[in-house]
Design a protein around this ligand. Sequence first.
Ligand code: 5RP
Length: 221
Amino acid sequence: MTQDELKRLVAEAALAYVPPGTVIGVGSGSTVNLFIDALARLEGESRIAGAVSSSAASTVRLVARGIPVVDAGDIESLPVCVDGADEIDASGCMIKGGGAALTREKIVADLAERFVCIADGSKLVARLGRFPLPVEVIPMAAAQVTRRFAAMGGRAQRREGVVTDNGGLILDVHGLAIDDPVALETEVNQWPGVVCVGIFARRRATVCLLGTAEGVRTLTF
Ligand code: 5RP
């Protein structure tokens, strides 16, 4: 199976975690795009009432497919959010932000009772950090945050030409061996000017649907 076929497989499988008639959280990325397409094919009472979207790109796709987009401020909690990941480890901790949508993805995840991660099997890793860690920063803080990462052995590179939906910059941090994702997420969260770090460990996945040649592998955490 191709990587796209594996993504389609898990996107379809995620429908089993979507309560009909509810408002759910929807992430961003190519796997989530296929999930949005699958949501749009639901009919009658199986359809969702709406979605809280984690990016401008997902909003456009949801609206184009007739799925109402609900403002996060109008929602107290979501039964589930479905999102992709750039890496996920055996305890459900993830690196996210390859599509620069990490801040809104984390806000949506925080509202959700369950986080269903959908990914092809290549995203499962023994230790997070081979994928460069995305960090959204306020531009004024970029140089200082870069120095802080250098002090811990990381090489932060500005993602050229990218401004986030929130007007922030993305630093991609190479060379980090993330042995304690919760500790690193907590530490970086406190640096002035950091909007969001792409470690999702404090709020990690509750379920991961991995696309493999043998079919969907379900990990629960
Ligand atoms: C966007 C994300 C995506 O979920 C992540 O990059 C995975 O994307 P894809 O499904 O295209 O592999 O975090 O900010």
